[in-house]
Design a protein around this ligand. Structure first.
Ligand code: ATP
Ligand code: MG
Length: 392
């Protein structure tokens, strides 16, 4: 075995009594995520997940890519295991990291000895190995303060491991330790990011999308499914509940004053989303709302919209600037799909002058002209379930 991955746990180590359950969940998640790439042995020891390929046919690069999207690991590294012996460690560094080291201007060695039976302590290991490397690579300067490249040596229970700088992991908590959430997923930039942020707290997602055919096209629906698919890289497989919303939007258009269209439409969305969420064991709803972004996202409008639901509604983007949201969307690879120019049902029958400070009483009065319950029932019956999983 020439190369294995070490995934270092983040907050999980702090979680006291839950620690064991969290670690087990992380191991299960890692095993599942490695499956498409061949046979891997996944185990956990001293707050580190070991991912070891079991044969030569494993797709290491594919598996390594996937490691970047597993919640629960703060840092990840590819490394070479070797005997717990200075000669073996030195040889492993030369063979495995020699090219990177030779290309650097300066280096240092950082060591960690968790196996206290090993005769040298961490500082002594670094000094010994650093001295040998300085001789072997005379053109690379030693710089312990601000090195261009750092060689890491970890002497652990069953072997020693050498590696270069670790990469950041996905952070957060392992998927599945934090319950389930229903995310209202539009085709925009915000809601996939909002879903990702809640998923990062260990929460599984059930997606809900409102679809107004023929006002919004099949391609708009495909776009949302593609967004969901991209999100599954991080949050695991999910189901998208595609709710037929046309009848509701037409009823609002036909019976309500124009300035109330959006707020009433959003109240329907929230009510339906809550029912779907409860049906699927979700304890909260998630939206991509952002304070002040549009007329329906003032405090007053949000109060009226959220007055119809009884479970918590989280909006993780509420205080973020658009640039921050876009940056995350780019990093999690949803941006490109979000900016495809297909319309969302929110842009159908948009009022020219929406009420930015609606009053609950007035909204309820207008809404009472509609057969709210019957409309909701029919929309729920007219819901298509689409399971999505990552495909590439
Ligand atoms: P986004 O970029 O997520 O579309 P937005 O800034 O366009 O958000 P709105 O259109 O006001 O804002 O929507 C606010 C939130 O309502 C969205 O983030 C999403 O959670 C939800 N939402 C909007 N349209 C839909 C839809 N067609 N299906 C499901 N949820 C929706
Ligand atoms: Mg939108």
């Amino acid at each position: 075995m020439n190369e294995i991955f070490l995934l270092k746990l983040g907050e999980i180590v702090l979680k006291g009594a839950n620690k064991k359950a969290f670690e087990n969940k992380l191991c299960t998640n890692v095993s599942r995520r490695m499956r498409p790439f061949g046979a891997f042995k996944v185990s956990i020891l001293q707050s580190t997940v070991y991912v070891e390929p079991e044969n030569e046919t494993c797709d290491l690069d594919g598996a390594w890519d996937a490691c970047h999207t597993i919640f629960g690991a703060v840092s990840i590294c590819r490394c070479r295991p070797c005997e717990k012996d200075l000669d073996a460690i030195f040889a492993a560094i030369q063979a495995y990291l020699g090219d990177d080291l030779a290309a650097a201007k300066s280096f240092k060695v950082e060591s960690k000895r968790s196996d206290k039976r090993f005769p040298l302590n961490s500082i002594q290991i670094s000094q010994e190995i650093g001295g040998r490397l300085a001789e072997a690579y005379p053109e690379v300067a030693v710089d312990v303060h601000d090195p261009d490249y750092t060689v890491y040596v970890e002497v652990r229970d069953f072997a020693a491991y050498v590696h270069g700088p670790a990469e950041p992991g996905a952070g957060g908590l392992p998927t599945g330790v934090g319950g389930r959430a229903g995310v209202l997923l539009s085709g925009g930039i915000d809601s996939p990011v909002a879903g990702y942020m809640i998923a990062k707290r260990g929460v599984e997602l059930e997606a809900i999308h409102f679809f107004s055919y023929p006002y919004t096209s099949e391609r708009a629906k495909e776009k949302v499914l593609e967004l969901a698919r991209r999100m599954t890289r991080y949050c695991g497989r999910m189901t998208v509940n595609v709710v037929g919303f046309t009848e509701i939007q037409e009823a609002i258009r036909d019976h309500c004053p124009e300035e109330y269209f959006t707020i009433i439409m959003r109240r329907f969305m929230m009510r339906i989303a809550e029912r779907i969420a409860l049906d699927h064991g979700c304890g909260c709803l998630v939206t991509g709302e952002n304070l002040g972004q549009v007329a329906s996202q003032t405090m007053e409008a949000m109060a009226v919209t959220h007055a119809v639901v009884h479970i918590p509604v989280f909006h993780p983007l509420i205080g973020m600037d658009k640039e921050e949201i876009v940056r995350i969307a780019r990093r999690i690879d949803t941006l490109e799909t979000s900016i495809l120019p297909y319309e969302d049902c929110c842009t159908v029958f948009t009022p020219k002058h929406p009420k930015t400070k609606p009053k609950l009483g007035a909204v309820e009065e207008v809404e009472s002209r509609l057969e709210v319950e019957a409309l909701i029932e029919r929309a729920l019956q007219n819901t298509e379930l689409v399971k999505v999983r990552y495909h590439g």
